[in-house]
Design a protein around this ligand. Structure first.
Ligand SMILES: Cc1cc2nc3c(=O)[nH]c(=O)nc-3n(C[C@H](O)[C@H](O)[C@H](O)COP(=O)(O)O)c2cc1C
Length: 107
């Protein structure tokens, strides 16, 4: 659970992003699977982690041992929907590096 005290920094949203990304990359590096979750019940999670009132809850990260085989597919027509094939493999469309990185000077 990622917590923060907004009164301490106007840049807290940047910090949340950096923390979340770092946690996800670190877990992946260790061979674990992780899923960022922003849709959760604030007060129930607050109770679970005994968070003091000055803290807001930014995100929850579900961590587990991956059991699925994930196959990254090139995204077509901005379609983000994933699918599973007959063997239960999880096909996940992603934008290519070429699409993501804006190049100032063409090659
Ligand atoms: C900040 C953030 C919040 C997210 N919140 C949710 C969520 O509340 N519920 C959900 O089903 N997926 C949520 N997702 C999407 C999943 O964490 C995950 O990114 C998605 O299932 C795609 O998996 P992949 O990134 O491993 O390809 C969120 C992603 C991000 C980056």
């Amino acid at each position: 659970v990622i917590l923060g005290n907004r009164s301490l920094s106007p840049f807290i949203d940047w910090d949340y992003g950096i923390a979340l990304q770092t946690i996800l990359l670190g877990l992946t590096e260790k061979g674990l699977g992780a899923c960022a979750i922003a849709s959760f019940h604030q007060e129930k999670v607050r109770e679970c982690v005994f968070a003091a009132p000055e803290f807001e809850i930014a995100a929850v990260v579900a961590i587990g041992k991956p059991i699925e085989t994930v196959i990254i597919e090139d995204m077509k027509d901005n379609e983000v929907r994933y699918w599973r094939d007959a063997h239960g493999r999880h096909h996940v469309p992603k934008r290519s590096q070429e699409q993501l990185i804006y190049r100032l000077y063409s090659k």
